[in-house]
Design a protein around this ligand. Structure first.
Ligand code: HEM
Length: 219
């Protein structure tokens, strides 16, 4: 099953949906920045105390992190294997390089690579602070976020990444629905609309944070 093309597509779809759920939660959580520093910082603290006293400090957060890393690895490995299979399956080389892959396939590949690089940057910026522009303070994400979006390159990196997320989800959600077999002729249009709405909501929701800082609404 795992070796089949269908199996790999199912792995891509399920791991993609796990990451999508995380992104919806992350986007909604980020919007708390509009309610001020105490509320936003308290929310970040809650992410670490979730599940207490049954669980120890940060255990639930680590469970989420492990699931996410597993999803990212499964998604990337299956994508790589599917694209190798795609290349091997071609009977002859095409004369025009560009004609080899469709526009959507190329966008998904490059989008995926951009997002993987962004996630590394993002963690070093706002979780560990290694590449942070201001004086990174652990436990003070509100100020850290404001610092990031007070630099031109911070805005450029995040805005490009968020647009890439939107495009990736728009096409990915649609492909996942087809791989999992929930797409039928009658449902196709509704699923496409759902993919568009989801992608748009996530893009707008994530963009609201840098826009808030740039306009001075969040400061
Ligand atoms: C404007 C957009 C975004 C803002 C303002 C933002 C903000 C943050 C902040 C403040 C943290 C640190 C939370 C903490 O340590 O308490 C964080 C962590 C994280 N964000 Fe984002 N984020 C944004 C977009 C994204 C996107 C698009 C992705 C994925 C593609 C993403 C994935 C993550 C991940 C994986 C973590 C690490 C969670 C952990 O292990 O602690 N973020 N984000």
């Amino acid at each position: 099953m795992w070796d089949s093309t269908v199996g790999k597509k199912a792995v891509m779809a399920v791991s993609g949906l796990i990451m999508l759920l995380y992104l919806v939660a992350h986007m909604l959580g980020n919007l708390k920045i509009y309610f001020g520093a105490p509320e936003f910082n308290e929310y970040a603290h809650w992410l670490r105390t979730m599940g207490e006293p049954l669980l120890h400090y940060e255990w639930a957060l680590w469970v989420v992190r492990v699931v996410l890393v597993a999803a990212v690895v499964a998604h990337a490995v299956s994508a790589y294997q599917l694209s190798r299979r795609d290349i091997r399956a071609r009977p002859a080389k095409y004369v025009h390089r560009k004609a080899r892959t469709s526009y959507a396939t190329r966008t998904m590949r490059w989008g995926g690579i951009i997002l993987a690089l962004f996630i590394v940057w993002h963690i070093l910026d706002l979780t560990t602070g290694h590449v942070h522009s201001g004086g990174f303070e652990e436990g003070k994400p509100y100020q850290n976020v404001v610092d990031t979006f007070s630099t031109w390159y911070g805005n450029v990196i995040y805005i490009v990444a968020v647009l890439a997320v939107g495009l990736h989800i728009r096409h990915g959600f649609w492909s996942a629905a087809q791989s999992l077999g929930v797409g039928s002729r009658s449902r196709d249009r509704a699923l496409k609309a759902l993919a568009n709405v989801l992608a748009l909501l996530l893009t707008v929701g994530f963009l609201a944070v840098p826009v808030g800082v740039m306009t001075g609404v969040v400061s």
